[in-house]
Design a protein. Structure first.
Length: 80
């Protein structure tokens, strides 16, 4: 599980570096990665939405918002 987590952070960091051309995108991507690491997908989604507001073509933010990046923390419990 940790391997997937670190892979997700690495993908996010690489995308943030590539998107640094748009001011503030790298900071927002770092915030999203931080919140994912803390298991706060709601706050990570907010950060991804902010990225898309200033950079609508940002593929990493789209993947993050869609949930394609590995999540940090345990999976949600399903129905009994």
């Amino acid at each position: 599980m940790m391997r997937k987590f670190w892979f997700g952070l690495a993908v996010t960091a690489m995308a943030a570096s590539a998107a640094a051309e748009v001011p503030g995108v790298d900071t927002l991507m770092n915030q999203a990665a931080y919140w994912q690491g803390k298991g706060r997908q709601d706050l990570a989604a907010q950060a991804f939405r902010r990225v898309l507001a200033v950079d609508p073509g940002n593929a990493a933010a789209r993947r993050g918002l869609a949930g394609d990046l590995p999540l940090a923390g345990p999976p949600a419990a399903g129905p009994p």
